[in-house]
Every structure is written in C-alpha cells, then in structure tokens.
Design a protein around this ligand. Structure first.
Ligand code: FES
Length: 483
C-alpha cells in the first residue's frame, strides 16, 4: 500500500501522501488543509481534533498510517469576521484589492477604482492558524526556510483564493494594499520575522513602500500589479495600527485619543494629530478563545454574550458548543457582579457551568486576568509616560475583529479599561481594513507616511513601571464602580 491517506473536508475526499515521521497535523498542513491548532502542535490546546478511522484524535499527536481515512471538522463554518468598507474618491482603472491580515482572521475588500466603490468584501479565518494561534508560534515555525515558505504560501494562496471568489476578473486587479501586524506583513512578504521574536525585537522591514507585486501575485493579478504594505512603527506596532489610526480619524483628532486594538497582542496608541506614543503588550490568546478550556474564536455555536443573570447568547443560535473572547469577558463580568468570583479572581464553583457542556474554569479566569492586566498596564504606562491622566482623554477607540464584539461595559467591569473611560469609548470596527483601502489611493499612502513619522514607540517588556502596573492590574476591584 502506498504512503497515502484519504482526507474528507467540506464533503470532498482526496488522497494525500505522507512522510514517515510526520504527524497527521504536519501532513494536513503540507497538503494545504487548514486545521485549527492554537498551540502550534504542542498537544496542549486540544483544538486540532479530527476523526481518523472513526476515532476522535488530536491531529498533532498521531502519525498517519497508509490508507487512514481522516475527516476534518467544519471548523470554519460560520466564522465571524467583521468587514466594513469605506468609499474611496473615484479615479483609476481596474480593481484595487485591500486586505487586513490579522493573526486570527483575514478581511478582504475589492474596489472598483474608477468609481471608488467597494464591490465585494469577505472575511475568513487566517489559513496560517494551523501553525499556532499567536504571532510567537508563527515566528517559531518560520525559523526554517521551509517553515517560512509554508507560512508565506498559506497566506498568499488564501488571498489569491479570496480574490478569485470576489472578483469577476482577477487579471484586472492593478493594486494590492496590505495592512497587518509587523509579523503578518513579514510572513506575507516572505521575510523572516525571527528578529521580532527576541529582544530587542527588531523587524527586517518597517514597510511603507510601494513595489511590484510578488511573482505569484503578478501571475494571477494584472501583469503590472503594484503592492503596498502599510508602514509599521515597531516589531509589535504594525501596519494595522497606522492604517487604523488613519481610517478612524484618530490621526487628525485634536483631542487626546486612545486607540486600542485588543487581540493576542494589545496594541495601543495615545495621542492626537501632533503625534502618538505607541506600545504593545503580550495579552496572550485568551481573547481569541485559545488556551480557554471551552474556548474558540467567534464562530457559530460560540457563546458571545452572557447577561448578568447568566443567560447566554450563542452565535448563529442553536446549542452552545464553545465560548469566544467577548463571551468570556461577559461571563467573568457577570460572575463578579454575582460575587461568584472574588477580587483576587477565585472562582467559587470550579468549573462553573454556563450553557450546554460549556463551562468556565478557575484556570480560564486566570488566563483572562493575565490578558486584561497586560492591556490595562500598557494603557497606564502610556499615560504615565505622556504625563496625562484619564480625565485628559477625549476618546477611546476600540479596533480589531475581537474588539468589535467586546462589550465595553464588561471590559470596564473586569478592569481591562478603567470604568472612568466607559462613556468615552466606542467601537471603530475593522479600521485596519478600511485603512488598507484608503492606501489604494496615493493620498492615503502619503497620509500614512506622514503619520508614521509622528509615531514614537515605548518598549514595555523591560519597563519596571509596566511590571509594577501589571501586578496592580491583576485584581478585579473596580466592577462595583459600574453599579
Ligand atoms: S493540541 Fe494539537 S495543535 Fe494544540
């Protein structure tokens, strides 16, 4: 029997060769299948479940055997990705393709450049997620040339496929604009992000320049297609932040604005049209639902809201199968209000059932505590460095795919944001995608170049002030201010 296994995904079966010594997860990745693997194959997240010869197995823990029949779950079904397009000034020919590459999700917009209108938009889970949930695991995988090429090809292939499904004629796509965090932009460009993974966290490029599209894009899009990657500020403040500052209006605001993108890294910028001070904190993957016992990204079946009486709202209706980041924040906020979690984070009933088989554990609460403390400490450190206090802040803009689902009141109840800022906070949706769209135009690219010059970066990883504030921010001691 040849070294082949049979994979069924989305109702179709195909034979796939395997290499002795590879795990099933590695074989699936090599064959181009995207399997959720937040821990990157370490056997800890339990989210790479597939069915192999009728048994439920973790793909990263088993080896393929000749003739094995594997069925992949419909994990992408109903993935919730926010897209919300802007209208561009008219002018130009053919199509423009603007993309926001998030670590978890990808949002793509197709523009008719002549009219400036967005004619299609689409969201999907990032195809690289089978290499780990966060940027650190992707950097780890990209250490070898083979690993880097696999990650590059995964995202480029996905962007080509998304374009093909949105565009009547991809050969008329004349301009591609990309916004992502600095690691995602490196992986897309095929540059090693290794330097970003270790102090002093130095990227190979901060981008911000226009060039010819890569060969595998040129062969698919218009022959003279141009490519632009939005300018990054530092290894952990990327083109998604500059694009977001531009499209949200923060870049031109007169009042002091806090721009916050909550994800596996909490990236933030404090400032106004005169300039911004930016930082990033390693919040960990809790907000994306990873490392949470019943966690998942925002997708059908995930509890996305929990009310104070503990009633749960499930995305897509139907039975609860998991809990996503916004549901997790709500659940902890509600349990604080019911005094089932104390100030230190101790969960009275562990595990605490929520709905169906979905529960919250004491360990989950701890993960959320670490994540929210990182965000809050970053914010406090920026304020302190800028010599400002909460009362000086005029607006708080919450960006990012996850941020769009997060209830601001719950974020304040758990102390991620100070309750004093609740009335000043609002969601700005997928500001990175809208910024990438603005960069399809020369005026947008010029504005981004000017903006980057006005952004300074504060490194927090070695900051004693940040560490001090991080420890203070672990407590749940502010929720009563919202009563
Ligand atoms: S347990 Fe297999 S990828 Fe995490």
């Amino acid at each position: 029997m040849s070294n082949e296994i049979f994979i069924t995904a989305k109702g179709e079966t195909r034979g796939v060769p395997f290499r002795p010594g590879d795990t099933l997860l590695e074989t699936l990745r090599r064959a181009g299948f995207s399997v959720s693997a937040p821990c990157g194959g370490n056997g800890t997240c339990k989210q790479c479940r597939v069915t192999a010869d009728g048994a439920d197995v973790l793909a990263c823990r088993v080896s393929p055997a000749a003739g094995m029949r594997v069925t992949l779950p419909e994990s992408d079904a109903g993935a919730r990705v926010r897209t919300d397009a802007v209208v561009l000034p008219p002018g130009g020919e053919g199509f423009g393709y603007a993309v926001d590459i998030g670590t978890t999700t990808v949002a793509a917009y197709l523009y008719d450049l002549a009219s400036g209108e967005c004619i299609a938009e689409k969201g999907a889970m990032n195809a690289q997620r089978s290499y780990g949930a966060d940027v650190i695991s992707r950097i780890g995988h990209a250490k070898t040339p083979e690993g880097l090429a696999a990650l590059r090809d995964a995202i480029r292939g996905q962007l080509r496929d998304m374009a093909a499904s949105m565009c009547p004629s991809p050969a008329e796509i004349r301009y591609v604009s990309v916004a992502g965090n600095t690691v995602m932009q490196h992986l897309f460009a095929g540059l090693s992000p290794e330097g970003i993974g270790v102090a002093p966290f130095t990227p190979l490029s901060l981008f911000g320049e226009e060039g010819a599209a890569a060969d595998d894009f040129r062969a698919f899009f218009a022959p003279g297609c141009r490519l632009y990657l939005c300018p990054c500020v530092a290894g952990y403040v990327g083109g998604d932040i500059t694009a977001g500052l531009l499209s949200s209006g923060a870049a031109e605001a007169e009042g002091l604005t806090l721009f916050l993108d909550v994800g596996t890294n909490g990236e933030m910028a404090l400032g106004n049209r005169e300039g911004f001070l930016c930082c990033a904190t390693a919040a960990g993957p809790a907000f994306e639902g990873a490392e949470i016992e019943c966690g998942s990204p925002a997708r059908d079946g995930a509890i996305s809201r929990v009310e104070p009486d503990m009633s749960c709202e499930v995305l897509g209706g139907g039975a609860a199968r998991s809990i996503c980041g916004s549901g997790l924040i709500d659940a902890v906020a509600a349990l604080l209000g019911r005094e089932e979690i104390d100030e230190s984070g101790y969960l009275e009933e562990d595990p605490r059932p929520l709905a169906g088989k979905v529960y919250l554990s004491g360990r989950d609460v701890r993960q959320l505590q670490l994540a929210k403390a990182a965000i809050r400490a970053g914010l406090e450190t920026l304020l302190s460095r800028a010599g400002k206090c909460y009362a000086d802040i005029d607006a708080v803009l919450i960006a990012g795919g996850f941020g769009a689902y997060m209830r601001l009141r719950s974020a304040c109840a758990i102390g991620m944001l100070p309750p004093a800022l609740l009335d000043k906070a609002r969601h700005v949706g997928n500001s990175a995608g809208r910024g990438a769209a603005l960069a399809l135009r020369p005026e947008g690219r010029e504005a981004l170049a000017r903006l980057r010059e006005k952004c300074a970066y504060e490194e927090l990883s070695s900051s004693p002030l940040f560490n001090e504030k991080y420890i203070d921010a672990m407590m749940f001691d502010e929720w009563e201010e919202l009563l």
